[in-house]
Unconditional design. Structure first.
Length: 365
C-alpha cells in the first residue's frame, strides 16, 4: 500500500498494512529557511524531499487548498496592498467599505489580523452584499498538477474556511467585539450567520463535484472561545448539515480542533464528523489519551495527529516522546493517522521526527 491507500483504508475504519506518519513541517521548514538555520543535510532540498528523507507524509491540504477559487461578484471591488510589515485589504461596494489589516510575523511566514472587517453591526449589510455575490470555481488543472507532485505520498484533501460563529469571531469581527455583538444584537448576528450559510452553499456545491475524498473543516475549535452552549447552538447544526451533504457525495469529513476541548469532546460523536484533527492531548491540551480513545475510537471516529508539539522541543527529554508515542498507538491504533498537534515548532529537533517515523514503521497492528 502507499499512503493514499492507507488513508482511505483508515477512514473506512479498516486496518492498513501499517500506519502512516503525517507531521506538518511547513512552518518549521519556512522559518528555518528564512533565518538560515536549516540542518546542513537539508540545505538546498525542498520540503517534499525532506519528507521523503524522514519517511513521513505531508498533509495534502497545504497543496490543494488553492484549487477552490473564490470569485468576487459584480459591484464589488477588492484592493490588496502590502508593505514590509502589514497587509491591507479593502472592499468597496455600493453599500459601503470594509477594511482589514494583517501584521506579518517576524519571518513573514504568516500574518495575524490586527484590524477586522467588521467594526460594528452597521457593517453587516456591507459584508452581506459581498458574500451574496461571491461564487466558487474548482481549478482542475491545478488539482491534477498537485496530484502528480504528491504522487502516493498523501491522499488529496481540501480545507474549508471557518464555519458559522467561528467565522464571525476569527475572520470578520474578532472574538471580543463579536461576542459583544452576539450578546447585544443576537438577531442581527444570526441573520449574518445565515448569509454565511448561503455563501457556504455555493462553496460546498462546488466541492461536492470535485475528486476530493476528504474535506477538512478548518475551524480552530477551543472551548474557551466556543464553549458548549455556543457550540451546541451554532457549530453542531453546521457540522450536522455539512457532513450529511459531504457523506452523500461520498466524502469523509474531519475538523481542526486544536485547542482545549475537554468539555466539547463528548459532543464530537453528534457532529457527523469522521475524525478530529490536531487535538493536543495533555500536557499541552486538557484531554488525556484515554479520553480520546473513549470519545473518538470507541465511537467509530479517527484521530488525525495526536502528539503534542512540545515533545519535539529540546527542553523535553526524548524518552518522554517515545513513551507517549507508544501509549498513543496502543490506545488508538488503527483509528489514527499520527501527526503533530498542531505542527512542528521552528525550534523543534527534526531528528525526533525521524525517530517517530521509525517507531510507527515498526509498530505492528
Amino acid at each position: 500500500m502507499d499512503n493514499r491507500e492507507r488513508t482511505i483504508v483508515i477512514f473506512n475504519r479498516g486496518v492498513p498494512d501499517r500506519l502512516m506518519w503525517q507531521p506538518r513541517l511547513h512552518r518549521w521548514y519556512y522559518v528555518n529557511k528564512a533565518r538560515g538555520t536549516l540542518p546542513k543535510r537539508y540545505e538546498g532540498l525542498d520540503l517534499l524531499q525532506i519528507y521523503d528523507d524522514l519517511g513521513a507524509s505531508p498533509r495534502a491540504y497545504h497543496y490543494f487548498n488553492d484549487t477552490i477559487k473564490c470569485v468576487e461578484g459584480a459591484g464589488v471591488q477588492i484592493h490588496r496592498v502590502e508593505d514590509e510589515k502589514y497587509i491591507y485589504v479593502k472592499y468597496e461596494t455600493p453599500k459601503g467599505k470594509l477594511k482589514q489589516v494583517e501584521r506579518k510575523t517576524e519571518y513573514r511566514i504568516s500574518s495575524m489580523r490586527v484590524e477586522y472587517f467588521l467594526k460594528s453591526i452597521e457593517d453587516f449589510e456591507v459584508l452581506a452584499y459581498v458574500l451574496r455575490r461571491q461564487r466558487f470555481e474548482f481549478d482542475r488543472d491545478l488539482y491534477l498538477e498537485m496530484e502528480k507532485i504528491l504522487g502516493g505520498r498523501s491522499e488529496p484533501m481540501i480545507t474549508v474556511p471557518w464555519g458559522s460563529i467561528q467565522r464571525l469571531f476569527i475572520v470578520y469581527m474578532g472574538f471580543e467585539r463579536g461576542l459583544i455583538a452576539l450578546w447585544r444584537r443576537r438577531e442581527k448576528v444570526e441573520r449574518l450567520l445565515q448569509v454565511f450559510d448561503e455563501n457556504d452553499d455555493e462553496r460546498f456545491k462546488v466541492i461536492r463535484g470535485t475528486p476530493f475524498k476528504i474535506v477538512n473543516f478548518g475551524d480552530n475549535i477551543d472551548e474557551n472561545l466556543c464553549p458548549p452552549p455556543l457550540f451546541r447552538r451554532y457549530m453542531l447544526p453546521y457540522y450536522q448539515r455539512r457532513t450529511r451533504e459531504m457523506h452523500k457525495a461520498g466524502k469523509f469529513c474531519t475538523s481542526h480542533w486544536d485547542g482545549k476541548i475537554r468539555h466539547l469532546l463528548p459532543l464530537a460523536k453528534e457532529t457527523g464528523l469522521d475524525g478530529l484533527e490536531c487535538v493536543p492531548p495533555e500536557p499541552q491540551g486538557n484531554v488525556a489519551l484515554k479520553d480520546l480513545k473513549e470519545e473518538i475510537k470507541l465511537n467509530g471516529m479517527i484521530l488525525v495527529d495526536g502528539i503534542p508539539a512540545i515533545y519535539f522541543l529540546p527542553i523535553i527529554e526524548e524518552n518522554k516522546l517515545k513513551s507517549f508515542v507508544y501509549e498513543m498507538l496502543d490506545l488508538l491504533a488503527p483509528s489514527i493517522i499520527p501527526g503533530i498537534s498542531d505542527m512542528m515548532p521552528p525550534d523543534g529537533e527534526i531528528e525526533r521526527v525521524r525517530l517517530v517515523s521509525e517507531i510507527i514503521a515498526d509498530y505492528r497492528l
